[in-house]
Ligand binder design. Structure first.
Ligand SMILES: CC(C)(COP(=O)(O)OP(=O)(O)OC[C@H]1O[C@@H](n2cnc3c(N)ncnc32)[C@H](O)[C@@H]1OP(=O)(O)O)[C@@H](O)C(=O)NCCC(=O)NCCS
Length: 163
């Protein structure tokens, strides 16, 4: 899927490949206190349940990525990040919306994730996309911070209010 976004230019969403990993790891390193390693991403690339995506800018550089998995009808977002210079232009929203479309078509019923209590940008993004907070894991992260559990419930066919 290719589209033009204000402030960002042309963006293409496509499956992540090994060739993206150097740029993905550079974004990962500046996005998280405990970044995933190359092996983490390789596991996702090789998993039959995972469908990692990248957003590429007009020059083919990685602008952001998303690592989700779908097991039967239950899905999880394991990782999502946008290149710092391209944040707040709608790329995170775009990556997750393309996933919601894909997983809805593949029969997912629920999409869950964990987010740091302090991560207001991510919590706001998820809330705006229709995720609700369903729980909390105390002291889940390495710095003693709690995780908030969030879920998106897919409409079932026939509900009459599918997006
Ligand atoms: C979380 C992240 C992926 C969001 O990506 P993004 O492209 O900047 O987000 P978007 O521009 O699509 O923003 C979507 C919504 O989120 C909210 N949002 C985004 N950045 C925000 C910020 N800094 N503060 C508050 N809200 C913010 C906005 O309300 C925005 O809504 P709008 O489109 O109606 O304005 C990005 O900040 C990031 O890579 N963070 C580091 C990695 C991370 O924390 N990942 C999530 C782990 S759970």
């Amino acid at each position: 899927m290719m589209l033009r976004m204000t402030g960002v230019g042309d963006i293409t969403i496509c499956p992540m490949s090994d060739a993206d990993l150097d740029e993905v790891l550079a974004i990962e390193a500046v996005s998280y206190p405990k970044p995933w390693t190359r092996e983490h991403f390789l596991d996702e690339l090789n998993s039959p349940f995972a469908s990692p995506l990248v957003a590429l800018d007009g020059e083919g550089r990685v602008a952001g990525y998303l690592c989700p998995l779908l097991l039967f009808d239950e899905a999880q977002i394991l990782n999502v990040a946008v290149r710092p210079d391209l944040r707040s232009h709608g790329l995170g929203r775009l990556l997750i919306e393309s996933l919601l479309d894909d997983y809805r078509n593949r029969g997912a019923s629920v999409l869950g994730l964990e987010v740091r209590v302090s991560n207001e940008p991510a919590r706001t993004l998820y809330r705006k996309l229709g995720f609700t907070e369903t729980g909390r894991r105390p002291k889940y992260y390495e710095n003693g911070e709690d995780a908030i559990l969030m879920e998106y419930i897919f409409d079932q066919p026939g509900d009459g209010n599918a997006v």
